[in-house]
Design a protein around this ligand. Structure first.
Ligand code: DON
Length: 550
């Protein structure tokens, strides 16, 4: 055991801060934490399949990266196992005491901070459902490394320190107790953090699957902590939580079959629209990363995001997907794009439709046979709501902010949302998370995804486009500059540290784009199966990341 632990530490210290593309022949992982890659490798070496590996990676990241990956959040997973391709929705749900007007008379930012921001968490139920359907190894084997790291401690990263400091003033008392040294002193990068309280939760999960989390000691801790922080979640809400199996939204693109995330994510609809528009406009006639190409990408994104406000949880709302992806509507959208000038279209109103019958992380795992997991998990904001459970130290999400909490007002990602996304008990908020798998001749050749709110969608779109159409090598495709447009506000966002060239920037201004430079972006994690049968993994140097495997 000791040797394993020392190996972890030396591996972590020796890792460079920039991206390292990696090749393998059996199974590869791309995710955020080097500890998690090592945990996943050990599971693969024991004969674990892609799902076993992905679960071990997610549990490890819950220990090493609680700001993104605590088990108090939710997510989506797309899995291809043998011939079966399915999507698992384990997103958080609204507590039963909420309603569409819930936030109207509450103090400002109640959907972002404190107990009222917390949705019923789905990650433990999601991981358990994945294991029951596809797992090969025994459930308890997946907990060995996460429990070891929680008990003996792990060395915090620069990103851990930065994100923990950023949340310092939003944490409740338990957050201050579990994530800081005495007298509120911050752990510095490389210092060891032990989380014995979290190890107890992981042991409960190892021994009794998810019983304690949804209907036992952990559930009681969650309900009490949310209540202490002013929230309304009840024991019944936790007990009633259910995951949902869905079919992917699938589209053909340039000879590939692209499987996208359906509602309650907006990702699949917006991405399918964007991919179809690139074909209609023959985007590949432009040089990659030229001002002509980036202008058209921005306009394509703006038109594809235009329909987002019409979407919501499919159990509560009829999503006009057929209309948004119809040839008629997309031809109209393609025609509205001017080669020389940006143009803002009027919002799409539900009435005008024809009737028809700051945190997240991503894990990509792919093996040589094309079995794959693309899984995005989130707490929404950095450490979610800032509420950490009193007894077990679980950081809880603030996913309620992804609902239309205050109609007409932007949420924390500047998204103005629609009626289909009103708060309702048991409902899931609309998401942008876009775990994606790409097949060629029936075999998965790419697993890709990203954190980053609405920028997830524009990043996955440009990642797919650079890999499948621009033919960039995987690593270059991930590091390339990206632009973002989300319809509202009518702005073209570029990223401070990954700008297009100065010449391109100057030319982009001539299209009358209102350009905003931001220093916050998304991060792609991808594994590709090359045509020579070699697996290749890379991560985005925009943030923490690690790749590895066998
Ligand atoms: O589901 C969503 O779209 C958001 N809750 C995701 C938040 C996110 O990606 C923040 N990450 N950096």
């Amino acid at each position: 055991m000791k040797t394993v632990f020392i190996l972890f530490i030396s591996l972590f210290i020796s890792l460079p801060a920039h991206s390292v593309p990696f090749e393998g022949s059996k199974i590869l992982i791309s995710c955020q934490s080097p500890y998690a890659v090592e945990a996943g490798k050990q599971i693969a070496a024991k004969g674990g399949n892609v799902v076993d590996v992905a679960i071990a990676v997610a549990l490890t990241e819950a220990v090493t990266s609680p700001y993104f990956a605590s088990i108090g959040g939710g997510g989506f997973a797309m899995v291809k196992m043998d011939k079966d391709l399915k999507v698992l929705d384990f997103r958080e749900t609204a507590p039963s005491a909420t309603n569409p007007k819930f936030y109207l008379d509450k103090p400002s930012k109640s959907s972002q901070n404190g107990g009222m921001a917390v949705g019923v968490p789905g990650i433990p139920a999601g991981l358990w459902a994945l294991h029951k359907k596809y797992g090969k190894l025994h459930w308890s084997q997946l907990f060995k490394t996460p429990i070891l790291l929680a008990t003996k401690g792990f060395q915090v990263s620069g990103e851990w320190t930065k994100r923990t400091q950023k949340t310092q003033n939003r944490f409740n008392a338990a957050g201050k107790k579990y994530f800081f040294k005495k007298k509120g002193k911050l752990y510095k990068p490389g210092e060891t953090l032990k989380q014995k309280q979290l190890a107890r939760v992981l042991k409960e999960m190892r021994n009794r699957n998810i019983v304690s989390f949804y209907n036992g000691v952990v559930a009681r801790d969650i309900v009490k902590s949310v209540k202490d922080a002013g929230g309304v979640m009840t024991a019944k809400d936790l007990k009633n939580y259910k995951v949902r199996w869905l079919s992917p939204l699938t589209t053909e693109f340039k000879g590939y079959t692209v499987h996208l995330m359906p509602p309650p994510s907006s990702g699949g609809v917006v991405l399918a629209s964007a991919l179809k528009l690139t074909e209609k406009l023959k985007l590949d006639k432009f040089k990659p990363l030229s001002h002509e190409e980036l202008h058209h990408i921005a306009e394509i994104l703006s038109r594809s995001f235009r329909g987002r406000a019409l979407l919501g949880d499919p159990d509560f709302h009829k999503n006009p997907i057929k209309f948004l992806l119809s040839d008629k509507y997309l031809t109209k959208m393609a025609k509205s794009i001017d080669d020389d000038e940006t143009e803002k279209l009027d919002p799409l109103l539900t009435k005008s439709l024809p009737k028809e019958s700051n945190e997240t992380t991503h894990i990509s795992v792919l093996d040589k046979d094309g079995n794959a997991v693309s899984m995005t998990i989130t707490l929404n904001g950095n450490y979610g709501s800032g509420v950490v459970t009193n007894r077990y130290g679980i950081a809880l999400n603030n996913e309620m902010d992804d609902f239309t909490t205050l109609p007409g007002k932007p949420n924390m990602f500047g998204l103005i949302q629609g009626e289909g996304n009103h708060v309702q008990p048991g409902k899931r908020p609309l998401s942008s998370m876009s775990p994606t798998l790409v097949e060629k001749n029936g075999k998965v050749i790419l697993a890709i995804g990203s954190p980053g709110g609405p920028k997830i969608i524009s990043s996955v779109f440009q990642g797919l486009y650079r890999i499948l159409v621009s033919n960039f090598e995987l690593d270059r495709a991930l590091q390339a500059p990206r632009v973002h447009h989300q319809y509202l506000p009518h702005k073209l966002f570029v990223e401070k540290n990954f700008m297009p060239s100065r010449y391109v920037m100057k030319e982009l201004e001539d299209y009358d784009h209102i350009i905003e430079v931001q220093d916050w972006w998304s991060r792609l994690y991808a594994v590709k199966l090359r045509s020579d049968g070699i697996l290749e993994a890379a991560f985005d140097s925009r943030g923490e990341g690690a790749v590895g495997g066998l």
